[in-house]
Write a protein that binds this ligand. Structure first.
Ligand SMILES: Nc1ncnc2c1ncn2[C@@H]1O[C@H](COP(=O)(O)OP(=O)(O)OP(=O)(O)O)[C@@H](O)[C@H]1O
Length: 231
């Protein structure tokens, strides 16, 4: 389980995140909505251990995240908005490089398997990244996350800039991963996709989580109205 307990981050006098309390179980997809500057990335960075909280705790599987130790790093994977990969290497070479960096050594067959599971067509596995679309890059990002064998996957605006087909493919893969028992925490601006892919929705405003609901209790139109009223 992912848990935030009174998680707070203050920069100088500015409270970027204020007393956040939430939990995300394995098998759940939590979609965090909020305007620019609401505190979504700050929340993710605190879970990743890239930031130290001012007070409160972020816990992964019951273990408190600390920026100066790596007890939780092995349990988590991160997919940013733009997955940074080497353009002159192929998809499989990138995956091999980044999974080795994370301490894993896979056979060629296993690497192909991760790429296929992430939805990347087999014909693309050996092509250079410089020829990939944004959606294909995202899939390599998913494959890297899969190769880490992490139960908790963080995503920061992962579908931003993807076309509808690539968005749908990404959504399907997220659902598949959650059915396999992964917990996904996603920051997004896409209300309709959040309702489609998420099991839980949160709305953040000025560092505070002002609304949470299960997606089976709210429609996209209702959420949109609520979002516009809330922010
Ligand atoms: N290092 C920093 N020093 C001071 N303020 C910061 C720092 N990092 C973030 N902030 C501020 O904290 C607030 C929350 O930022 P954050 O990046 O978490 O927002 P966000 O919800 O992810 O926004 P976006 O949708 O634009 O990515 C913003 O007002 C931002 O300017």
């Amino acid at each position: 389980m992912l848990q935030a307990i009174n998680l707070t981050k203050i920069y100088g006098k500015y409270e970027a995140l204020s007393q956040l309390n939430l939990s995300v179980d394995k098998g759940e997809i939590f979609c965090l909505l909020g305007q620019n500057g609401a505190g979504k990335t700050t929340t993710i960075n605190l879970f990743l251990g890239l930031l130290e909280p001012t007070s409160g705790e972020a816990l992964v599987n019951g273990v408190t995240v600390k920026s100066n130790d790596n007890k939780t790093t092995g349990m988590i994977a991160y997919i940013p908005e733009v997955v940074q990969l080497y353009g002159n290497l192929s998809g499989i070479e990138n995956l091999n490089f980044f999974s080795r960096l994370a301490g894993f050594k896979y056979t060629n067959t296993e690497l192909h398997h991760f790429l296929s599971k992430a939805g990347l067509q087999e014909t693309a596995h050996l092509k250079k990244l410089s020829s990939y679309s944004k959606g294909m890059r995202q899939k390599v990002g998913i494959a890297i996350a899969l190769s880490k064998n992490a139960d908790y996957i963080f995503m920061d605006e992962p579908i931003s800039g993807l076309d509808p087909k690539a968005t749908l493919e990404f959504t399907e893969i997220c659902k598949e991963l959650s059915h396999e028992g992964k917990a996904i925490f996603m920051a997004t601006h896409d209300i309709f996709n959040a309702v489609n892919v998420g099991t839980k929705i949160g709305i953040m405003k000025e560092g505070k989580l002002v609304h949470t609901s299960n997606t089976d209790t709210i429609s996209a139109t209702e959420l949109q109205a609520l979002y516009l009223k809330t922010i």
